[in-house]
Design a protein around this ligand. Structure first.
Ligand code: OMP
Length: 282
């Protein structure tokens, strides 16, 4: 295995996907899931939930994606659980994509990058989600620090929620859609990187067929929306076409609802992973 601190994120992700299959499982401790697992809404229960997910999945799937909001709800106690979740998941071999969807003016973005992408940060993950609403250029500090530390960013391009379409499909000054402009901006950053660059994009598995051209991206595509939001593994081919090998399908509730047993969670993740493997082989 390549030293995670010396290889770029594109390479580390490619290796992890090769070894474990293309799947990202979200750790989203929704109140409804806590209840379904017979847990209450306390930091102790949050910890039990997250640690069970880590035990079941961190040695199995390529990427785990804790959703920060569900931890932040509990204040500092929740953040402590998030720190432990990130640390233990990484130690068990998963890449951790922290879902925080940050985006701000450049100087503030530097602070966010130091909080989540700096080697010594308590919440340092392998990658984070970022929002380009303040302009792709405002993300430069995060993109730069990620590159220096062997980490990655996933920029929201065409999100899985129905409300995203109006804004993201509107026409940008470049003449393409806003979403395509984001994909093309990431492509410029990733140009020439081997095996691919460290700037991914987010494009929901729920979006229309062939809506975006990913042919120049040279980076990963996080595709949330499988399961609870209605997309299926089968639908990925129509949405992503030739870009399928770079797609990292993501699902949270559809796996987590098979807890609280470690075996149940693992079997659910394996089922989705195997479906994705079959799709990629076809
Ligand atoms: O960035 C994300 O991960 C994300 C982007 C997007 O377009 N849609 C989306 O659902 N997500 C996240 O992916 C997860 C989806 O969870 P499930 O619908 O339970 O699979 C949530 O944590 C969302 O915040």
């Amino acid at each position: 295995m390549t030293d995670p601190l010396r290889a770029g994120f594109g390479q580390r992700l490619a290796e992890s996907v090769r070894a474990r299959g293309a799947l990202c499982v979200g750790i989203d401790p929704h109140p409804s899931l806590l209840h379904a697992w017979d847990l209450d809404e306390t930091p102790q229960s949050l910890e039990r939930f997250a640690m069970t997910a880590v035990e079941a999945l961190a040695g199995e799937v390529a990427v785990l994606k804790p959703q920060s909001a569900f931890f932040e709800v509990y204040g500092s106690a929740g953040i402590a659980v998030l720190e432990r979740t990130i640390r233990e998941a990484r130690q068990a071999g998963a890449l951790v994509l922290l879902d925080i969807k940050r985006g701000d003016i450049g100087s503030t973005m530097t602070a966010y990058a130091m909080a989540y992408l700096d080697e010594h940060a308590p919440l340092a993950a392998d990658a984070i989600t970022v929002s380009p609403y303040l302009g792709y250029g405002s993300l430069a500090a995060a993109i730069g620090i990620a590159e220096q530390t062997g980490r990655g960013v996933f920029v929201l391009a065409r999100t899985s929620n129905p409300e995203g379409a109006g804004l993201q499909r509107s026409i940008h000054g470049s003449g393409d859609s806003v979403a395509q402009y984001i994909v093309d901006s990431a492509a410029e950053t990733n140009a020439g990187a081997e095996p691919m660059g460290h700037v991914g994009v987010v494009a929901g598995a729920t979006i229309g067929a062939d809506e975006l051209d990913f042919s120049r991206l040279n980076g990963p595509i996080l595709a949330p929306g499988l399961g609870a939001q209605g997309a299926t593994v089968h639908s990925l081919r129509a949405v992503f076409g030739a870009a399928l090998p770079n797609v990292l399908p993501a699902t949270a509730r559809d796996v987590l609802r098979h807890g609280p047993t470690v075996d149940g969670l693992r079997a659910a993740a394996h089922r989705v992973r195997d479906e994705v493997n079959d799709l990629l082989r076809d």
